[in-house]
Design a binder for this molecule. Structure first.
Ligand SMILES: Nc1ncnc2c1ncn2[C@@H]1O[C@H](COP(=O)(O)OP(=O)(O)OP(=O)(O)O)[C@@H](O)[C@H]1O
Length: 572
């Protein structure tokens, strides 16, 4: 299990526990639960209802509203139906009554609410099923990817014949449907393999998250170990049945590989031994060759063809070189029972340049390119999804073409197109409109763009933030198309103010070029005749929002009054 997964599990548990606290049925369940240790302790200490310290009853009264002290609550409210001593009876009766009272109060409060949510709920919902527009949804149909899907299927069909499929490399820009298509094909492959009872499995790894050789091999090893355990358990239960039938009547062994009940028992003992020996790979700590051997043995435990899908494979190579791919691609020559095939997916067309030539040729046996979608194709994709996602007639005619056009301008990214459509729907819903209209799409486009800018600016290194802030200060004071020298002067003063290192002007020029590449500023080189050439810099992002993001950085937030700094431009 990855760290993320375990966190998720923790999170779920917590939610579950919190949820328990407000569940009315659960309150009574707890009240019924029997644990009178607390009362008996007090009874043995000679307490009676009359000498009970009033403060002691507080937790009892607080049971339903606090909810968190479930242990105490169950203890004191335990024996409602009992006919125990007067103290217990009185105490318990109070508890139960108050439990109900408090829950009723909560319910009454709910009825008297201010209608905060009622207003929002009252409008006709625009969405039928919003989840369909989220990236986590895997569509059942992928328009305009038939060629690529067919090509993948033609290569992978050998797995269903028990042969090793060629390795495949899939390239294409972001949002061109690579992952969706590959997952679609693997689901089909696995279901067909079950239909024909051919052992074929697909394992998916996202190398952006799992980005070292150790982690990739450990994750794969553990997945196969899990499957092997299930296979062994299945076989064990069949064999135990067979053993008991054969013990009654030896005919049960007819047609099996066993000649006697003892043979069956031996096989069971072997499998139990195998089951016992299986050791999962910890997420850190083993030498990599031990992880590799464990993975190798787990894959080779029984006959099967395995397709390993490495999504964002370029991230793995970038982070930890091509050792993993080298090891995986040479495994087939050593495996005895199984075969593996690799399906790599990448946004970066050039990543194979960094591979060892042997890995490169083995990995790229087959290459499939996913071109960007054009506006018409995006329109079809959006139409398919919107039919399921929105209520009938919830979109005006121009919504889908506009979303498609915006996304096509980007780089034919279906993810962006779907995001736009979903955000437009959400904005319409929020403004309680009956229909999603063109204006909602335009607002959605601005919102997504702004979110992107905010994210990029927020994560800039401090020095770049200071440079950007200098440009903003100049612009805010009416100085447009500034040059590098002007930015540098303000930058220096700001650094002194917040005690940051002052970089050289040359370095600051580089940082400006980086901001240009990120699309935050626009820097054009202009010729000044005999005075040489200079860069004219202007801001390409909304000024107020960007300034707000910069000032939310604790270091830049320290800058008291930015106004005087701008004078620096004129002081020089
Ligand atoms: N032809 C299509 N039909 C329907 N939905 C599509 C199609 N192509 C892409 N999508 C949707 O667009 C989104 C992005 O697709 P996907 O994740 O497959 O892109 P990708 O090429 O793998 O991108 P990245 O390289 O960024 O991971 C997903 O929600 C996917 O369902």
């Amino acid at each position: 299990m990855t760290r993320d997964e375990s966190n998720e599990t923790d999170g779920d548990t917590e939610v579950g526990e919190r949820g328990d606290r407000i569940d009315r049925d659960d309150v009574s369940t707890r009240t019924d639960a029997s644990d009178d240790s607390d009362t008996s302790e007090r009874a043995s200490a000679g307490e009676t209802p009359s000498d009970e310290d009033p403060s002691e009853s507080v937790p009892v009264e607080n049971v339903p509203s606090e909810g968190g002290t479930a242990g105490d609550a169950t203890g004191d409210g335990a024996n409602v139906g009992d006919t125990g001593g007067a103290f217990e009876f009185g105490s318990r009766t109070r508890t139960e009554t108050e439990v109900d009272l408090d829950v009723d109060e909560v319910l009454a409060d709910e009825e008297d609410n201010t209608g905060l949510f009622d207003d929002l709920l009252s409008g006709e919902p625009i969405f039928e099923n919003k989840e369909v527009l989220r990236p986590s949804y895997t569509p059942h149909e992928l328009p305009h990817r038939t060629d690529q899907i067919n090509k993948m299927a033609t290569i992978l069909v050998s797995a269903l014949r028990g042969e090793t499929p060629s390795n495949i490399l899939i390239y294409g820009k972001t949002g061109t449907g690579k992952t969706a298509s590959a997952k679609f094909v693997s689901q089909e492959l696995e279901s067909t393999s079950q239909k024909y009872d051919v052992p074929c499995e697909v394992e998916y790894i996202n190398c952006e998250v799992t980005d070292t050789q150790y982690r990739v091999l450990a994750q794969l090893a553990n997945k196969f170990i899990e499957k092997n355990k299930a296979v062994i358990d299945n076989r064990l239960s069949e064999l135990r049945d067979l053993r008991s039938h054969a013990a009654e009547n030896l005919d049960a062994l007819a047609g099996t590989e066993f000649a006697s009940v003892d043979d069956v028992a031996d096989r069971i003992a072997d499998l139990e031994g195998d089951r016992e020996e299986i050791e999962e790979v910890p997420m850190t700590g083993w030498p990599t060759d031990r992880v590799y051997t464990t993975f190798f043995d787990a894959v080779d435990y029984h006959e099967r063809v395995v397709v390993i899908m490495l999504d964002e494979i370029d991230k793995l190579v970038e982070k930890s070189g091509d050792d993993t791919l080298y090891n995986l691609s040479r495994m087939n020559s050593e495996l005895e029972n199984s075969r593996i095939s690799i399906m790599g997916i990448s946004n970066d067309l050039k990543f194979t340049d960094f591979l060892d030539p042997r890995v490169k040729s083995s990995l790229g046996e087959e290459e499939i390119v996913f071109p960007p979608y054009d506006a018409n194709q995006l329109r079809d994709i959006l139409q398919h999804r919107s039919d399921i996602a929105f209520k009938d007639d919830a979109l005006t005619e121009d919504v889908i073409p506009l979303c498609a056009a915006f996304a096509a301008q980007e780089h034919g990214d279906a993810r962006r197109a779907l995001d736009l459509l979903r955000t437009a729907g959400e904005l319409a819903e929020r403004s309680q409109a009956d229909l999603v209209e063109e204006s909602h799409v335009r607002q959605a486009q601005d919102k997504i763009e702004l979110d992107r800018v905010v994210e990029v600016v927020r994560t800039l290194p401090t020095q770049s933030k200071i440079v950007l802030f200098s440009i903003i200060l100049l612009e805010k004071n009416g100085v447009h198309n500034v040059n590098t020298g002007e930015v540098f002067n303000i930058y220096k003063r700001l650094c002194e103010e917040i005690d940051a290192d002052v970089l050289t002007q040359r370095r600051v020029t580089d940082l400006i070029s980086e901001l240009d590449m990120l699309g935050i500023v626009n820097a054009v080189v202009v010729s000044k005749g005999r005075y040489g050439r200079t860069k004219e810099i202007s801001l390409s992002v909304p000024i107020d929002e960007t300034e707000a993001v910069l000032l939310s950085d604790s270091r830049l937030g320290d800058i008291e009054d930015a106004q005087p700094f701008v004078q620096a431009r004129f002081d020089n």
